[in-house]
Write a protein that binds this ligand. Structure first.
Ligand SMILES: Cc1ncc(COP(=O)(O)O)c(C=O)c1O
Length: 500
């Protein structure tokens, strides 16, 4: 397939940044911002002010007052938001999109589903997916028909496993990582239980082979696949590991497992909108993601899934057959709902399910238009660039952050550094996130100091903080400011610990 991610604009490269003493200054960060070809996309987002992060009353926020027209412009310095791996910031245009949805609902009621309105380039609600799908497909490197915007991540993993995890007496195991996101553990275990399989026998967990490392090298993953090749039905891995930030070699791992008869699915929560993906060309069987992290759709917003085109085909059923096979039914067995059925028959209220071809045929319910509206607003921001260009900036920005954190600025000694990097230092093996392991007992103090200075990151107890410069809206000054506040916080934490 021709890459859907190829930039329509001329792609850019960024010059290597200086590693000299000047690189630690704020002026240098400002100069990098000035050279960033994507810098204006930041203006598409509402960056909270430091006061916003501290206020206890929405009405007191000058950002809210400015957005509602009470004041002309807001006051105060912007915060340093490096938490897009958890919840992305609000695109400015989301407000207009949602307002339009509310207005349509207010004046049209049910007819908002079907009626074309002349003002604005929007479709009626039932046709929204015609806008959502191609834009979402670009982000994950899929054909339009291979993606659906639907449900939520854990629900989608269940729906996909219901169809793709079909254990037999010989092949019944599921391989996941031992440190998989808890929801994935629960989902996989419950799928095993529903097939009368106990997880102590049917679940294979990958654990980092090296002590003192959270990473799972590809060679190790392939060796575990080999060890369980004949008895494994499904391999389910994250595209990017939520804790370590490791970006897995999706293409190699998928091909290797599939050659051994294993179905391969990916949880892309931390990869979607963060790194370029080529799900179609990598021949991935299925994948699911959420749209609230790097995708900026809002907390708990509707998610997405990918089903490779070869699994979404719909043919005539075998007449008179009572067999329950893909061939006899004419489609892959799945958990079905009316929104997965052919649009032309959806409102005829028949009882015979005929799925739409592709990922759309895996949908259950009518989608929340409010959610889809927010996702569409966010996708239209992505439409201003490409995943390749975002990756170029992301690699540069993350490398700069790593430089500020791990090279010796004037007066610093690496032996004094009370933190280390658990994310791979190879840029190809990570996305926009650096996870830092602090010395024991520092986390609460450091976190409180960061918050006091309006620096938003997230923590994973007992000792890790995750710092995610999202290339859509973060800049080099964010990396610089985080490092400054963080290093001072570490120094104070150590002094407090040592009783100074
Ligand atoms: C890797 C991963 N998997 C699954 C989930 C669960 O997502 P949801 O609550 O949308 O089902 C998350 C949520 O952050 C996650 O990071």
């Amino acid at each position: 397939m021709e890459s859907t991610l190829t930039s329509k604009m001329a792609s850019f490269t960024l010059p290597p940044f200086s590693k000299g003493p000047e690189s630690y200054s704020q002026e240098y960060a400002t100069s990098l911002d000035a050279q960033d070809p994507l810098r204006d996309i930041r203006k598409e987002f509402i960056i909270p002010t430091i006061d916003d992060t501290h206020t206890k009353r929405i009405a007191d926020s000058s950002t809210v007052q400015a957005l509602s027209g009470q004041v002309k412009s807001r006051s105060g310095e912007e915060c340093t938001y490096l938490c897009g791996n958890s919840l992305g910031l609000q695109p400015r245009r989301t407000r207009d999109y949602v307002q339009r949805y509310l207005n349509t609902w207010a004046i049209k009621g049910v007819n908002g589903h079907w009626q074309n309105l002349e003002d604005g380039d929007y479709r009626p609600w039932v046709d929204m997916e015609e806008d959502l799908k191609p834009q979402m497909a670009k982000i994950v490197g899929a054909q339009t028909g291979e993606v659906a915007v639907m449900e939520t991540l854990t629900a989608n993993l269940h729906l996909l496993m219901a169809s793709f995890y079909r254990p037999t007496k010989e092949r019944y195991k599921i391989i996941i990582e031992g440190k998989a996101f808890p929801s994935d553990h629960y989902a996989v275990q419950s799928q095993l239980h529903l097939h009368h399989l106990h997880h102590s026998e049917a679940l294979v967990e990958l654990s980092p082979p090296e002590a003192n490392s959270s990473l799972l090298p590809t060679s190790y993953i392939l060796s575990v696949i080999d060890a369980h090749a004949d008895s494994t039905a499904l391999l389910l891995l994250p595209g990017i590991q939520y804790y370590s930030g490791q970006f897995f070699d999706i293409r190699t791992i998928t091909a290797y497992a599939q050659e051994r008869g294993i179905t391969v699915g990916w949880d892309l929560a931390h990869a979607v909108g963060n790194v370029p993906l080529e799900l179609h060309d990598w021949n991935v069987d299925f994948a699911a993601w959420c749209n609230y992290k790097y995708m900026n759709g809002g907390p708990g917003v509707i998610g997405g899934l990918f089903v490779h085109e070869r699994h979404g085909k719909v043919a005539e059923p075998t007449e008179g057959s009572s067999e329950v096979s893909e061939e006899a039914l004419g489609f892959r067995p799945r958990l079905s709902g009316w929104w997965g059925s052919e649009k032309s028959v959806r409102f005829r209220m028949g009882s015979q399910f005929t799925p739409l071809p592709g990922a759309a045929g895996f949908r259950l319910s009518n989608q929340s238009v409010l959610d889809c509206t927010a996702v569409l607003a966010s996708l239209s921001v992505y439409g201003q660039t490409t995943m390749q260009d975002l990756r170029t900036k992301s690699l540069h920005l993350t490398a700069y952050l790593e430089h500020l954190l791990f090279s010796d600025a004037p007066g610093e000694k690496s032996s004094d550094r009370p933190y280390s990097l658990i994310t791979p230092s190879n840029p190809e093996e990570r996305g926009a996130q650096l996870s830092l392991l602090l010395k024991p007992g520092m986390l609460d103090f450091v976190q409180a100091e960061l918050e006091a200075h309006g620096v938003i990151i997230d923590e994973r107890r007992p000792d890790v903080i995750r710092v995610a410069p999202a290339p859509l809206y973060n800049n080099y000054t964010d990396a610089w400011r985080f490092t400054k506040v963080f290093k001072e916080a570490c120094k104070k934490a150590l002094e407090a610990k040592n009783g100074h």
